[in-house]
Design a protein around this ligand. Structure first.
Ligand code: GDP
Length: 590
């Protein structure tokens, strides 16, 4: 037996086929696992490093290590080899955990406690990242409370996150999203610090929570493991200084560094349109220095940094690695998760954006090609139903989150979620037009429905549903998908009779008698008439008689007569068997 880890090298991305091969798995199994995770992939689809890592951990495959090819640093596949001029950078931290365990409270308390000059009030709603100062050093927090951001961060933020603080309520222990957070952090190669929260609560049990975590692979340092666990009260603020100390300690051990004498690069962490400003885009710089006036490209869009603000909304002349900023100047909205890059002039920017647009459409065109894929897809699409949705949200991040979370609903392969369109802003006439006739639901997240649009939708029979809480939206979607499921037919065998006499046969009724061989027969039961193993027809029991008196039932060993209803004329014969059963339609659930 070899103890050696198998190393799979990934240069940027890997195809489903190749990954399955390398893992020694069937492609179908891998595609199935991806599907469970909300990724509809085909055999030639390319998976990025983070997705591949997450899937491997979800599959529970051990002894395999993914390695990024040609990159010297772990956090992202677009970081370059660090030069010896690299300088320390602040850690980027995400807070994750089960709903109601206190993520928002922790972020809020930290923000109120630690922001310089107590400027929390001036912070806008969707900053998506902010900085705290502790011991005179900066820490960048991705502002991702709640489950809504989870799915999106899972897909895009992985490459940003150095440290994940997993919040676990001491009175509730490890819950499904805690496990999800652990997997996420491990898949993203981020360091984990556990904040055991709500220690002020009566039912708080720190040792039990630790044991719970240990069972899920996080061994506390106190017990000889390598995971730092800090008991805190996010609400009262207990031990938060210690938590931040641990963040800095972890950052020191990791020796987080970045080059700054290179063109600026980073990631789009939020984007939306604002009246009078155009595109407002939050970026997190990962290397280089971004300055106002720089030309930048992100995906298929580009622009010149017109204004740049820090997380407090104050003008900032330049942003160094790990620093989040809000910029204006992009011609169009880049996507959440897009990588941005500084280039030397407008011409280059335009050209690169165009090239990116082309390669994006090439990728789309080439991703689902082979005939066997098509066959497989047809096979699955054939017996699935479509749930069509249009999704509108207040900002791009929330739209992405809703989409990602919807995709994570396990429809057991019976419903295909079809996202007709997505967009930022209130529900419009156009959305309603798109939904008409297609049996499409329009979901609005944190947006409003102008009265005229609501009227129009009502007139055209289009369902618009707005939500402010993602869980409620997801519940609604799940419920709506369940409605689409066909009821399941459940049959239960009840008994069998051997026919000894047939007394009358009409077009749609029979009167016959016989002996119950096993089980029983009673009114309302259905029966299959069988002759020498051949199916003759179906009957329904109308009444049961014993010695010419109506009775409730005949049981095994008893002889009696039956009045039967039929759909068509059945010529029953002596010696036939009737197998009785009940049939129920059961609503399926997801
Ligand atoms: P999230 O869903 O993880 O963001 O959880 P929240 O931050 O919204 O917290 C859920 C509930 O737990 C709220 O009512 C909080 O006031 C409460 N809570 C959070 N942290 C603490 C804590 O340290 N102690 C106590 N007693 N309650 C807390």
């Amino acid at each position: 037996m070899s103890e050696q880890e198998k190393i799979i090298q990934i240069a940027g991305s890997i195809t489903v086929d190749e990954l399955a091969n390398q893992l020694g798995l069937s492609v179908t199994k891998l595609i199935g696992e991806l599907f469970k995770n909300g990724i509809v992939a085909t055999i030639n689809q390319r998976l990025d490093f983070e997705t591949a890592s997450i899937i491997i951990s979800e599959l529970g495959i051990e002894g395999v290590k993914l390695e990024k090819k040609n990159t010297g640093i772990k956090t992202s596949d677009f970081h370059h080899e660090l030069s010896d001029k690299a300088v320390p950078r602040p850690p980027v931290v995400a807070v994750m955990g089960h709903v109601d365990h206190g993520k928002t409270t922790l972020l809020d308390t930290l923000l109120n406690k630690k922001t310089v000059e107590g400027e929390a009030g001036g912070i806008t709603q969707h900053i998506s990242a902010y900085q705290l100062k502790h011991e005179d050093r900066w820490i960048t927090f991705l502002d991702t409370p709640g489950h809504e951001a989870f799915a999106a961060i899972r897909q895009h933020g992985a490459m940003l996150t150095d440290i994940v603080i997993i919040v676990v309520a001491a009175d509730d222990g490890v819950k499904p999203q805690t496990v999800e957070a652990i997997k996420f952090a491990q898949g993203a190669n981020a360091k984990i610090i556990v904040a055991i929260n709500k220690i002020d609560r009566e039912g708080a049990d720190i040792p039990r929570t630790m044991a719970d975590l240990a069972q899920h692979g996080l061994q506390p340092e106190e017990w000889g493991g390598d995971i730092i666990m800090v008991p805190i009260s996010a609400k009262r603020g207990d031990n938060l200084e210690k938590l931040l100390d641990m963040v800095l300690l972890t950052a020191d051990i990791e020796e987080l560094k970045a080059d700054i004498e290179v063109p600026a690069e980073g990631l789009v962490i939020e984007s939306h349109m604002e009246v009078g400003k155009g595109s407002v885009v939050n970026l997190l710089v990962t290397e280089g220095e971004l300055k106002t006036g720089d030309f930048i490209v992100a995906g298929s869009t580009y622009g010149k940094v017109r204004t740049m603000l820090d997380f407090r909304g104050k003008p900032k002349g330049k942003a160094t690695p790990s620093i989040p900023v809000t910029v204006t100047g992009f011609k169009e909205l880049p996507n959440f998760g897009d990588r941005f890059q500084e280039v030397k002039d407008e011409k280059t920017a335009r050209k690169m954006a165009l090239l990116n647009a082309q390669s994006q459409s090439d990728e789309l065109a080439s991703s689902n090609v082979t005939s066997s894929d098509l066959l497989r897809m047809m096979n699955t699409v054939d017996n699935t139903k479509m749930f069509n949705v249009i999704i509108k949200g207040d900002v791009l991040g929330s739209v992405t989150s809703v989409v990602d979370s919807l995709k994570m609903i396990d429809t057991k392969g019976e419903i295909t979620l079809n996202i007709v369109a997505t967009g930022v802003g209130d529900i419009t006439e156009n959305d309603v037009y798109m939904a008409v006739g297609e049996n499409t639901v329009i979901y609005g997240f944190n947006v409003t429905v102008p009265t005229n649009i609501a009227k129009m939708a009502a007139r055209d029979g289009v369902s618009i549903r707005t939500y402010k809480v993602i869980y409620e939206l997801l519940d609604d979607a799940k419920h709506s998908m369940e409605e689409l499921l066909d009821a399941e037919v459940v049959e239960e065998d009840k008994g069998e009779m051997k026919i000894m006499g047939v007394f009358r046969t009409e077009k749609s009724s029979i009167i016959a008698g016989g002996e119950v061989l096993n089980g029983k027969v009673e009114a309302k039961m259905l029966g299959r008439v069988i002759r020498d193993k051949q199916y003759i027809g179906e009957v329904e029991v109308e009444s049961v008689q014993k010695e010419k008196i109506d009775v409730k039932e005949l049981i095994s060993g008893e002889i009696g007569g039956l009045a039967l209803k039929t759909n068509k004329k059945i010529l029953m014969e002596v010696g036939d068997r009737i197998k009785f059963f009940t049939r129920e339609m059961k609503k399926k659930t997801l």
